[in-house]
Design a protein. Structure first.
Length: 162
């Protein structure tokens, strides 16, 4: 039998994602998700515990996350657990366990270009260009810049699998 390393969490982003690029130009994004557990103890009192999960995504998935995720948005994440270790400046060995995401599904309202949340999912569809415009949305869309200074093309929202 082969080993199995899979983590699935459904929770809310605790902060806006942080996008960066490796020296070779590979996109990587990190963010944190909070999950809540509620139960009633033996004396009948409601209890709650919050867990915080560090999430990392790479490549095209990272670029998509950078466009659609924001603090407070609910996400479903599936990936593998990975523990990294390093030695701190004080000489103490430190550990960090994170979920390296394979799949991310965002729920709830997407953010509008003004930064406000929308109240209807139908507003998530990309706007179509008018016939009087000589430029396509891809021509006018902002470009992502890699660490090497190269421009990469904007993510098309129709390509997102969720």
């Amino acid at each position: 039998m082969t080993d199995f390393n899979q983590a699935i969490v459904l929770g809310n982003l605790t902060r806006d994602p942080e996008m960066r690029y490796t020296p070779k130009g590979q996109a990587v994004i990190s963010f944190s998700v909070a999950t809540n557990r509620r139960w009633t103890n033996q004396s009948g009192e409601q209890q709650e515990q919050v867990e915080f999960h560090n999430i990392v995504a790479w490549g095209k998935l990272a670029e998509i996350c950078n466009q659609i995720l924001y603090k407070g948005r609910k996400v479903l994440i599936a990936g593998r657990l990975q523990t990294r270790n390093w030695e701190g400046q004080d000489g103490v060995k430190r550990y960090s366990t994170e979920i390296v995401a394979d799949h991310i599904s965002a729920t709830g309202a997407p953010k509008t270009s003004s930064g406000n949340d929308t109240s209807r999912e139908s507003e998530f569809k990309p706007k179509e260009s008018t016939a009087s415009s000589s430029q396509t949305p891809a021509d006018t869309a902002p470009k992502n810049e890699t660490a090497t200074g190269e421009k990469s093309e904007e993510i098309n929202l129709d390509d997102i699998p969720f």
